[in-house]
Ligand binder design. Structure first.
Ligand code: AMP
Length: 197
């Protein structure tokens, strides 16, 4: 929704890493064990990915970082990279969702292998189980969307990523959005805080 509204790319480190795992690149091979265990891929690897991606032509008018930064080390590296590129962040959004609601959303998440459309077995079920409504492709589950791994990912978030809330609050960049609201209300709230950025 945001990429369409603003006409800028979404840079998801998770998507880039999953593509590298699928292709079996050296970076993908290195990242896979961290990802399957629900831990973080080393800072050096993800920082390199973002530095390279931000220099591509489609980022000149702006970009949305998704899933990055996840540690204070990454946030510091991002600050340095943006300074070198003479760019800056307009806003950092914290999407706030209760732990049990997150577990329910992630365990039921399915994605079309062919077109990437997202579904949920309970909240946004496809017409035919396991089949994409848009393209007929097969729906797959992420390897790390098993409940035990999800709970570990949430612990990792609490330990390593949540300090970034105070970090960006200090920078005057943080906006919080209530992710428990219905999807359309979350989208409206996101647009409101980003337009104010
Ligand atoms: P995501 O798609 O954002 O949920 O990320 C999936 C997995 O990719 C995470 O659990 C990490 O193993 C890895 N990953 C994605 N982004 C980062 C990041 N910024 N720092 C470290 N690991 C990451």
């Amino acid at each position: 929704m945001l990429t369409e509204r603003f006409g800028i790319p979404q840079i998801s480190t998770g998507d880039i890493l999953r593509a590298a795992v699928k292709e079996g690149t050296p970076m993908g091979v290195k990242a896979k064990s961290f990802m399957d265990a629900g831990g973080l891929v080393p800072d050096q690897v993800v920082i390199g990915i973002v530095q390279e991606r931000l220099q591509q032509q489609d980022c000149t008018k702006g970009f949305i970082l998704d899933g990055f930064p996840r540690t204070t080390g990454q946030a510091e590296a991002l600050k340095e990279t943006l300074a070198l590129l003479q760019k800056n962040l307009d806003r950092v959004v914290s999407l706030e969702v209760d732990t049990e609601a997150l577990v329910a959303r992630l365990t039921g998440r399915r994605t079309c292998k062919d077109c990437g459309r997202g579904f949920h077995v309970q909240f946004d079920a496809p017409k035919v189980e396991g089949v994409c409504d848009s393209c007929g492709g097969p729906l797959v589950q992420r390897d790390d969307d098993q409940e035990a791994t999800i709970r570990h990912r949430l612990d990792v978030y609490a330990q390593q990523t949540s300090p970034l809330i105070a970090y960006y609050q200090n920078e005057g960049l943080l906006a919080s959005v209530d992710g428990m609201l219905p999807m359309t209300a979350v989208q409206e709230a996101l647009l409101t805080v980003l337009r104010a950025g």
